[in-house]
Design a binder for this molecule. Structure first.
Ligand SMILES: [Zn+2]
Length: 290
């Protein structure tokens, strides 16, 4: 039994070692390029368009792909999203196996394990694009809105989760009960999650600073199936996967759907003081050092 356990541990170490190979060579402090990041973002946006139009290809799920991926993974995109059963990232972005590294907790809250998972995908699997994605009518956000800070839900675990969301949405505590989609607090929660990640993860900051990570904020719309992605690019006309010119902003992106949507991803809690400099009102310009 002990021998078997040792054998299993050895095999596991080999597997982990294999996964650490290519991406680990560079390290977070190596200067990179966002070219692949933008391409990856463009790819999932195209996939979401297919999904929302009922034209998903469901590619990359056959036995040949499975066998190929058994040797290792190099997902280009990380998606941090809510656990909601209506929001499966691989489906709504129409991506196959090995394409999306997902971290899902209710309200896309970040605990240490979630951050570790993101860091692993960046530092060891070579992911280059990160999407933090909320969705309208999020139950976790609603619960944080209606549950008072000094009261218990009856579950210390749920209390803990809601306490992570509540600061981001406190400005909306008087939101109308008519507002079923609660997009304002949902967007505020997404922005807060991005800021929280950048603040807490040195590895994420290093990847950003070295142009090796693009972070997008996304809002998924349950009815239409569309994901509106926000960018920190000051060029609000960004509409392609390639940045026209390297800018100071390194995180996030937007494209056609985002520009056409009527919603703005913004830091509602802080009054969204970066709104005034924008030409359009659809995209958020997230700056982690604000
Ligand atoms: Zn949710």
């Amino acid at each position: 039994m002990i021998l078997k356990m040792k054998h299993c541990a050895f095999v596991a170490l080999l597997a982990v070692g294999f996964a650490y190979t290519e991406a680990a060579k560079a390290g977070p402090q190596t200067k990179g390029s966002l070219k692949d990041s933008w391409a990856a973002l463009s790819e999932i946006q195209a996939g979401n368009k297919r999904f929302s139009e009922g034209k998903s290809t469901h590619a990359g799920q056959d036995s040949a792909i499975r066998e190929k991926l058994a040797g290792g993974q190099q997902p280009p995109v990380i998606v941090v999203s809510c656990s909601d059963s209506r929001v499966p990232p691989e489906k709504i972005f129409d991506q196959g196996l090995g394409q999306v590294f997902t971290i899902r907790l209710a309200g896309h809250v970040l605990n240490s394990d979630a951050i570790a998972s993101i860091e692993y995908a960046l530092d060891h699997l070579g992911a280059k694009t990160l999407v933090i994605m909320g969705h309208d009518s999020c139950g976790a956000v609603k619960a944080a809105l209606i549950t008072l800070a000094n009261t218990s839900t009856g579950s210390p675990h749920l209390d803990s989760l809601l306490s992570k969301i509540r600061p981001a949405v406190s400005a909306f505590k008087n939101i109308s009960s008519e507002d079923k989609t609660i997009e304002g607090p949902v967007k505020a929660n997404v922005t807060a999650t991005v800021k929280d990640l950048v603040k807490r993860s040195k590895i994420v900051r290093e990847f950003i600073e070295n142009d090796r990570l693009l972070i997008a904020q996304g809002i998924y719309h349950l009815g239409s199936g569309l994901v509106v992605l926000g960018t920190d690019s000051k060029d609000s006309e960004v509409a392609s996967a390639e940045p026209k010119k390297k800018k100071t902003n390194r995180h996030a992106a937007s494209e056609n759907e985002g520009r056409e949507a009527k919603h703005e991803i913004s830091d509602e809690r802080s009054g969204a003081n970066n709104k005034k400099s924008r030409k359009s009102t659809q995209n958020d310009f997230y700056k982690p050092r604000d």
